[in-house]
Design a protein. Structure first.
Length: 414
């Protein structure tokens, strides 16, 4: 893809840098950055040859400076989305906004209103919609491969170490400073289910909570920090065992190790584990978000779906089973196995994803597809290949409804 888009990045952490790499690979010019951490800012400027005078410590400085870009990636922490998204929309920048739009309905509604009022293009980072796997599945369903969809069973296997990294030790460990686990991790999935089924959700129920990562489950011999813990060789969640084991893998050096330290080495990772949050025992009580959750959906017309997000798995692609009036589909993120009820025959479609399921591998190529679709929309002024900001907002409403259902023990109507 060839494009003349000038792109600035707000938040040069893992996601922001990944989007910049994919955009540069697609032909965009990375012409600005706003990042408060001086070392991460320096590395970003060096990697992308950001022009002199176009690197800033705050998004406000980037916004107020002479315009250096046509579009902006906003990849700040969840609770840092609202102000920059509204400000850049008002200034006429097209926006690629990392999901979620915002943690609260009121903030998200303000962002949507600003985008619609000022007529800018905005894509939300619901990357699952854009993968080759999803495109193949959606084409099968639209062609009537299973008849009418009656029910869907969908699993997100988060992965034991990934959950410990992001939701016990990491930036999304407390709802009050980030968002719920369901919003931070699985707004992807509820958006995807709405897209796949093609109908609006009308009722939601949900169950789940924090089961395991609590002080009462801490072994008596365990220390508060893994580097001095006598159990670090036998604990599945040992930070030393997990992170030091990633040092020889180039993809894991990009993520998750660059979250711990901008330049991962044996020494810098060890230092991060000695003094930073990623070296803390998972049973210290620093977290409060759910480690397992079930969400049940009823769609217009009466079809249903069940969604499970759970920490206690390998980190894998999502697993989905779709049951229709004329057939069924089993999908594992790579292959789709289609059963035709009339003939009794099955066929398998291999979508051959690029890489694995994690952020280190670009979510099986989905990250790159989203970036390409966004850049194409910016160049052509045709956002039809993107999910609209209104669609993204409506799928967020399912998440907020599910959290109300879980917390209040009731079925929530939309």
């Amino acid at each position: 893809m060839s494009t003349s888009v000038r792109l600035a990045v707000v938040g040069a952490g893992s996601r922001g840098t990944n989007y910049a790499r994919l955009a540069a690979r697609a032909g965009a010019m990375i012409t600005g950055v706003a990042e408060p951490d001086p070392e991460r800012r320096r590395l970003f400027v060096e990697e992308f040859a950001v022009p002199e005078g176009a690197a800033f410590s705050t998004w406000e400085d980037l916004r107020e400076a002479p315009r250096v870009a046509d579009a902006v990636v906003i990849a700040t922490q969840d609770r840092g989305h609202t102000d920059p998204a509204i400000a850049f929309a008002r200034a006429g920048f097209d926006i690629l906004l990392e999901k979620p739009i915002a943690p609260t309905e009121e903030e998200a509604a303000r962002i949507v209103a600003a985008v619609e009022e000022h007529g800018v293009i905005m894509a939300v980072g619901h990357v699952m919609r854009y993968s080759d796997y999803t495109r193949a599945l959606k084409a099968l369903l639209d062609d009537g491969a299973v008849g009418d969809i009656v029910s869907v069973e969908h699993l997100e296997p988060i992965g034991w170490w990934h959950f410990a990294h992001s939701y016990v030790r990491g930036n999304w460990r407390r709802e009050g400073t980030s968002s719920s686990m369901l919003m931070a991790k699985s707004s992807h999935d509820l958006d995807w289910l709405s897209y796949i089924v093609g109908r609006r959700v009308r009722r939601v129920s949900s169950f789940g909570g924090l089961y395991w990562f609590k002080p009462e489950n801490k072994p008596a011999q365990a220390a508060d920090r893994c580097v001095v813990c006598p159990l670090q060789k036998t604990c599945a969640y040992s930070a030393t065992r997990i992170y030091e084991g990633f040092l020889d893998d180039p993809s894991y050096r990009v993520w998750p190790l660059q979250v711990l330290t901008p330049t991962p080495t044996e020494e810098s990772v060890r230092e991060a584990l000695e003094v930073g949050p990623y070296g803390e025992c998972v049973y210290n009580g620093q977290n409060d978000v759910a480690d397992h959750q079930v969400v049940n959906l009823e769609f217009e017309g009466g079809s249903t779906a069940s969604f499970t997000a759970v920490a206690f798995t390998q980190l894998e692609f999502r697993k989905t089973r779709i049951f229709g009036t004329a057939g069924s589909i089993d999908g594992d993120g790579r292959q789709l196995t289609v059963l035709d009820f009339l003939t009794g025959e099955t066929r398998t479609i291999d979508t051959m994803p690029a890489g694995g399921a994690s952020a280190a591998d670009g979510h099986g190529g989905a990250d790159g597809r989203l970036v390409e679709a966004f850049l194409h929309a910016v160049v052509t002024r045709d956002p039809s290949a993107l999910s609209s900001v209104r669609e993204s907002f409506e799928s967020h409403q399912i998440v907020w409804a599910a959290e109300r259902a879980r917390e209040q023990g009731e079925v929530v109507a939309l």
